[in-house]
Design a protein around this ligand. Structure first.
Ligand SMILES: CC(C)(COP(=O)(O)OP(=O)(O)OC[C@H]1O[C@@H](n2cnc3c(N)ncnc32)[C@H](O)[C@@H]1OP(=O)(O)O)[C@@H](O)C(=O)NCCC(=O)NCCS
Length: 158
């Protein structure tokens, strides 16, 4: 059963890289490096931090180009999982894309990553295709599932 938690949001800065990277190390077989996060910040991607009672609970990073956005990564700290916060964060990302005029949002996810695939399904993403051998593994490669969600203009900005 999900607990009720009210998260807040702010843009990511370089001081958030360490905790974001810890989430990656604990959940991704080939985790993003500090440099991956730094590059996203320097390229001015849309990098969002979620906090609960002023504690870092998660992050999400997307790129926005013309009328499409691309979710590059999302992660919730282990102690905050299964409380509805991943879905909240994803909905913020989707809303930001809509507000900036995007008509579609795309993402890739490891085919073995059931929690994330379930989250995307629940948030209205549909399966588009499979990209063979898209992800590295410590001892090989893994396919990616490509998913997308069509976006409608929000009736108000927030
Ligand atoms: C995927 C992730 C972001 C989900 O965050 P979360 O805060 O635990 O998810 P929520 O509590 O908001 O769950 C929302 C929905 O996602 C799905 N879900 C979440 N965790 C799940 C799990 N372990 N197994 C199956 N479905 C799961 C469910 O549909 C859930 O809805 P429900 O609670 O009504 O069943 C989190 O597990 C995570 O950070 N994983 C590691 C990083 C990662 O894999 N990122 C994706 C990169 S593509």
């Amino acid at each position: 059963m999900n607990q009720v938690m009210t998260p807040s949001y702010r843009y990511m800065s370089e001081t958030d890289i360490e905790v974001s990277r810890d989430i990656e190390i604990n959940s991704n077989p080939v985790p993003w490096t500090d440099k991956n996060f730094l590059d996203c910040l320097r390229k001015d991607y849309y990098c969002l931090v979620q906090e609960v009672d002023q504690e870092f609970s998660g992050f999400a990073i997307q790129t926005i180009s013309l009328d499409q956005s691309h979710l590059l990564n999302i992660g919730i700290k282990e102690k905050f999982r299964n409380k509805g916060l991943g879905q909240e964060l994803l909905e913020q990302i989707v809303h930001a894309s809509k507000s900036m005029g995007c008509k579609k949002i795309f993402l890739e996810v490891r085919v073995s990553n059931s929690p994330a695939i379930e989250l995307y399904n629940k948030t209205g993403f549909k399966r588009v295709s499979i990209r063979k051998n898209y992800y590295r593994l410590p001892d090989g490669r893994e396919d990616a599932l490509v998913m997308s969600k069509r976006l409608k203009k929000p009736w108000r900005l927030f």
